[in-house]
Design a protein around this ligand. Structure first.
Ligand SMILES: N#C/C(=C\c1ccncc1)C(=O)NCc1ccccc1
Length: 252
């Protein structure tokens, strides 16, 4: 019972439990009724026991901190159903052999996108790339491992000044190679905005737009990812080039 006590104490530390929708609605525009229903379903299954604060907000989605079973810290990514750039999502999905049959309303597109991010995170984790471990996705909600401590998210590379950039660059280069060679994926939006630094190691996030190598734009997306990564690490003092990073990723 002591254990339960401590979890309750932890939960009380948060602004609010999932008690009524007024609190959640105040948080941000993602909490429309269907989303609240889904959150309550997840809560009633004990998957989420308390919602924390906002970790990050974007056009497409908001990420919240939460507490799950046995006090585990979670990241809850909630995709907006109305304002998401669903035309862009649709173009990405149509090019993806795994989702090319998805048609229909914005809702269907956003649900498929959420599932896609979960599948991409699973494939990345399988081949040894450090990403937030995905747990489940339900409609427009993706639940994953929280990368951070006590509700404080690990910082993005964009927000840190690296003492030792070389080993971080080497790891990111290896992750890009593993994604391409083993997971047959291109991240498609890789930059210092989508890499967290946790316990001195890079963690890749935001795999929703990642595409399979068969996608018509896979090579252009890879070239853009390479350009972004070289630009950032050159600025951080690493001797690197687009040719060298591309070779590292593509060589057999
Ligand atoms: N996944 C994820 C993220 C953070 C995160 C932190 C700690 N643990 C897991 C994930 C994240 O900020 N993504 C960026 C983003 C972009 C656009 C909209 C919302 C969010």
């Amino acid at each position: 019972d002591k254990k339960m006590k401590s979890i309750d104490k932890r939960i009380d530390e948060y602004h609010f439990k999932i008690k009524d929708s007024s609190d959640l609605k105040a948080e941000s525009g993602v909490f429309d009724t269907p989303t609240l229903k889904t959150l309550y379903t997840l809560a009633s299954k004990g998957i989420i026991t308390a919602m924390g604060g906002v970790v990050s907000t974007g056009k497409e989605a908001d990420v919240f901190h939460a507490i799950g079973e046995n006090g585990k810290e979670l990241a809850i990514k909630i995709y907006r159903i109305n304002t998401s750039d669903f035309q862009k999502m649709q173009d990405y999905l149509i090019g993806d052999p795994r989702f090319s049959n998805v048609r229909g309303t914005k809702k269907d597109i956003v649900f498929a996108w959420t599932k896609k991010e979960q599948r991409n995170l699973e494939r990345a984790a399988e081949v040894g790339v450090k990403v937030p471990e995905p747990m489940i996705s339900e409609r427009n909600i993706l639940i994953m491992e929280f990368i951070g401590k006590d509700g404080v998210s690990a910082p993005r590379l964009k927000d840190v000044r690296l003492e030792e950039p070389q080993p971080i660059y080497d790891t990111v280069a290896d992750y890009m190679r593993l994604l391409y060679q083993k997971a047959k994926l291109v991240h498609g939006d890789l930059s210092e905005y989508n890499i967290l630094l946790y316990e001195e190691r890079p963690v890749i996030i935001d795999m929703g737009q990642a595409v399979m190598l068969e996608h018509p734009m896979a090579r252009e997306f890879l070239a853009r990812d390479v350009k972004n990564i070289v630009r950032y690490f050159k600025k951080s003092g690493v001797k690197c080039s687009e040719e060298e990073l591309s070779a590292h990723i593509l060589k057999k």
